[in-house]
Design a protein around this ligand. Sequence first.
Ligand code: ATP
Length: 335
Amino acid sequence: MAHGITVIPGDGIGPEVAEATMRAVEATGVAVAWECVEAGAKALAETGKLLPDTVIQSLNRTHVGLKGPTETPIAGGHKSINVALRKRLDLYVNFRPVRMLPGLKTRFQDLPIDMVIFRENTEDLYSGLEHEVVTDVVESLKIITRTASIRIARATFEFARKEGRKKVTAIHKANIMKMSDGLFLKCCREVAAQFSEIEYGELIVDNACMQLVMRPETFDILLLPNLYGDIVSDLAAGLVGGLGIVPGANLGERHALFEAVHGTAPDIKGKGKANPTALMQSAALMLAHLGERKASRSLQAAIEKVYMEGKHLTGDVGGKASTSEFTKAVVGSLR
Ligand code: ATP
């Protein structure tokens, strides 16, 4: 039986990296039945809807999605598709493994960086509750609930236990946001107490950013509310070669949506320069989630082999290859 997978190519470089990733997944030999649906700016132009019903209908059939980035306008315009999808499907865990790829030259290349980011995905300042109180005074509501904080903390510690990881660090600003971040921390501590074999620590977000740059190799698992999780993810991506590298997964009880950390990268759209590594590594996570462990390992190994050889890398990581040349090299390593 082929695995049904919903594909949302998205905007900007999304269709380019999605196509490359589908080719790489097919080259593993796993039987897949892609269901391609549009969401984002392209869907809005074609159907008048940012998130057409076909997207949710397909995900309710397949329960697994592979998604390219979708456009979110700055300071106005439509709301984020990512936020809408995460809320509609209750994808409360944002999981982002940040690892150094072998052979890749970065400023931190000598350090064994291997950390995992668990970002709460449904609330915080992403609740989208903003209003103008009086002219020129705007209020943005930061929502933190016990339910959401406990479940992200539990997902984090359960992963740590299953994978034999050593330490979870909760990141916060509870010295200033004593009630909201205070509640988040309280929940993290409660869950940590149930996992006594895993070391638990806390860092204030500004200090965490400095420590991440100075001693990235000492971090194991990071547990963060939504906004800090977003910012720290990009910082962490910068440590291991940039946004073209880091994969991600949005996980809930019923659905899993795999997508890269990066955005639509409009500056390189349609130029054949996009690095599909992040979405390909997301697809390796997806294959593992589908129980296709061998294919997942083969795809990951093929990507690493191409990095090790260093001959077919894209411009963002110091190479000269196009998206399709890189993809060809990965596919070639899988055969
Ligand atoms: P968005 O607002 O859509 O989330 P962003 O502000 O996070 O976008 P990106 O679109 O991710 O920004 O791009 C930031 C920079 O990183 C750009 O210069 C872009 O070209 C580069 N970049 C991002 N992803 C990739 C990729 N896959 N390959 C090569 N360069 C990339």
